[in-house]
Design a protein around this ligand. Sequence first.
Ligand SMILES: Nc1ncnc2c1ncn2[C@@H]1O[C@H](COP(=O)(O)OP(=O)(O)OP(=O)(O)O)[C@@H](O)[C@H]1O
Ligand SMILES: [Mg+2]
Length: 280
Amino acid sequence: MIAPQFATAQAVTVVENKPKQVTLSSRDLSIRFGGHIAVNQVSADFHAGELTVIVGPNGAGKTTYFNLLSGQLMASTGQIRLGEHDITQLGAAARTQMGIGRGFQLTNLFPHLSVLENVRLAAQSRANKGFRLFSIWSDHAELIERAEACLQQVSLYHRRHEQTAILSHGDKRKLEVALMLALEPDILMFDEPTAGMSVDEVPVIINLIQAIKQDQQKTVLLVEHKMDVVRSLADRIIVLQDGCLVADGDPSAVMASDAVQQAYLGKRPNVITTREHDHA
Ligand SMILES: Nc1ncnc2c1ncn2[C@@H]1O[C@H](COP(=O)(O)OP(=O)(O)OP(=O)(O)O)[C@@H](O)[C@H]1O
Ligand SMILES: [Mg+2]
């Protein structure tokens, strides 16, 4: 059962909750944009060694919830905890330093630098060497090695010396993932990581996430619309609808639950594969 302190006034279908180490959690988390409550009292625990997929119709509040957890947006009310720490008031940079990795937006890339340089900078910020005036060669070589390993993981190594600006959309999305890997986060958040990728590019990312989730120290959160991807990766699914968490638990049970059936207007849950961009 869900821990009592996380119970909310909403009708939440808790199908299953395994006793695992809670790493990241939100409690009664809400954000209001004018008169619109985009995330409405969402309480959820995320666990080490578990991959949670967040599903829900377009506009349900999934990205906004991610933005609240990662610090891109500040909550109107509620609390976010990372381990023992209340991080509700911390900004995105502080949360990154504490181990929350959020897929970078394309705008965070330095377009005129090479692919490798972009990842090396992320590795450098992880190593906390950004303010050192002098860096010995071995440090530099280590960072390059680390950056190259990240590029290999996303199948971009062969493009490492190219200028970032000329990469295709799919390759830029892979680069975003490489930047996140370079930060070596404990919590990895992917928001539709394969959106806009060609069909043959998708397995690289899926296999990578599959590999990451084998690490029992990592907590993985994934927003995904493609139901085949959801089925292949999810240890657990939570469902958002109109900003509210309406289901949380074991994938097969959640997908079959009344809450999910209702969330998709009485249709089969795979209605969420009908996003416009999936047909692009
Ligand atoms: N900065 C903002 N200002 C005003 N409204 C916002 C803002 N960000 C999000 N919203 C609104 O909050 C709601 C939730 O949006 P959000 O992008 O989180 O949905 P989503 O579940 O990620 O949808 P999608 O599946 O289409 O990506 C929407 O109604 C959206 O218009
Ligand atoms: Mg979204």
